[in-house]
Each structure stands twice: as structure tokens, then as C-alpha cells.
Design a protein around this ligand. Structure first.
Ligand code: CU
Length: 218
């Protein structure tokens, strides 16, 4: 093969690659593809007896939203409610509660005390997030080692529609939300001052980890 032809082929291949890469950039810019992440830090560790931690990631690719949660140091052998929480009105950004948010001073941050800083329970991470049903028995269950791993892929459009129906005027807006993990064993003794929601036992809703969701730089 003559050197001249080789060079032309190389130029053609490089040209094609540049055009391909350029096209990919345009496609990315036009969509909302991206990844959001929350680093989960322990809450109420004195009550759980261990430092719960973990990570939640939200990966958007076209209409596919993949929700992943890994947790460790959580009470073992039981189901753990997990959601993102946020403000149902306005455009405020939620934050995770601290000891100062324990307004009744009972040493425990309960669900009601999370609301002024984190808002309300929004999207559940169980077998059917699009249902938006908070009460459900398909939340992940921690193994004997106090860890679990959850993964679910849903239609982003379907979740957005269900979300807008339940929270009129709101969008998913991941970067304004916080992820909570909940739950200590039902036998855990809690002061009567620990509040819960609806008719759910305070042990079930007790927050055990929290992390603010942030967009991951590309
Ligand atoms: Cu929650």
C-alpha cells in the first residue's frame, strides 16, 4: 500500500471520529441526561446503635431513570423505608437535619422535626416508585450484616407525571431534595415524644440516614 493512500485513510477516519464525537456532544446538550448523587450520613446513631451510611444515585439516560441505593450499618434483618423528601411548595432546597433541629430536646430527630428543614416525603424507592405510594411492603430489606443494595429503573416521563399530579407545580428537581433511610426494629424503646406520620409506628419512620442530592459534574 502506498503511503499516500494510508494518509488519506487516516484523515478520513479521524474526520469521521470528530464528526461522531461532535454529534454526541450535541445530543447530550439537548437532553437532561446526567447523574445525581447523595452521600448518606448517619442520623439518630445513638438509637440505631450504629452509624448508618451509604449512597444514592439517580442516573438519567433518555427516558430511563435508574435509582440505586446502597446502605450499610443499618439495623439488620428488616425492611427500611427510603425516599427523597422535599418542599411541596416554593422552590426551597432541603437540607439534612442536625442536632439543633431536635426541637423537643428528646435526643432524637423524628419525622415531624425533619419537615421544617427537609420538607415532606416525596418519591418512594421500592418496587414501584411511579405509584408514589408511601405505604408499601416492597422496600429493601437489610441482610444479617446490616447492609442492602437497591436498584430500580423507571420511565422518567411516567415518574414526572405521577410526581406533578401529587405535588402540583413541582418538578422532580433532584438537586433540591434529600434522601432519607428510615427504620429501627419495632422492639426499640422510644420516648413517647418521638412523633411519626399517619398511623405508622415511630420505629418504622425513624430517620437513620440522610444525604442531600447533588448533580455530579460530567
Ligand atoms: Cu422518607
Amino acid at each position: 500500500m502506498k503511503p499516500g493512500k494510508n494518509l488519506l485513510q487516516t484523515i478520513a477516519i479521524v474526520g469521521a471520529l470528530v464528526a461522531f464525537a461532535g454529534g454526541m456532544n450535541v445530543a447530550h446538550a439537548a437532553s437532561t441526561d446526567g447523574t445525581y448523587k447523595a452521600k448518606l450520613m448517619p442520623l439518630n446513631a445513638k438509637t440505631t446503635g450504629s452509624d448508618a451510611s451509604g449512597e444514592a444515585t439517580f442516573t438519567i439516560s433518555g427516558d430511563r431513570l435508574t435509582i440505586r441505593v446502597t446502605a450499610k450499618g443499618v439495623p439488620p434483618n428488616m425492611e427500611h423505608l427510603q425516599h427523597f423528601h422535599g418542599f411541596a411548595t416554593g422552590d426551597g432546597t432541603s437540607r439534612c437535619p442536625t442536632a439543633r433541629d431536635d426541637k423537643n430536646g428528646d435526643g432524637i430527630i423524628d419525622m415531624v422535626e425533619t419537615e421544617p428543614v427537609a420538607g415532606t416525603t416525596m418519591v418512594p424507592f421500592h418496587d414501584d416508585p411511579v405509584s408514589m405510594a408511601i405505604v408499601n411492603d416492597t422496600y429493601p430489606k437489610a441482610g444479617p450484616d446490616g447492609s442492602y443494595s437497591y436498584e430500580k429503573t423507571v420511565s422518567l416521563k411516567a415518574l414526572e407525571a405521577a410526581f406533578a399530579k401529587k405535588f402540583p407545580g413541582q418538578r422532580l428537581d433532584f438537586a433540591r431534595r434529600v434522601v432519607f433511610l428510615h427504620g429501627v426494629p419495632t422492639a426499640t424503646k422510644l420516648p413517647a415524644s418521638v412523633a411519626s406520620l399517619d398511623h405508622i409506628a415511630a420505629q418504622v419512620t425513624l430517620p437513620i440516614a440522610c444525604g442531600p442530592i447533588r448533580k455530579v459534574a460530567k
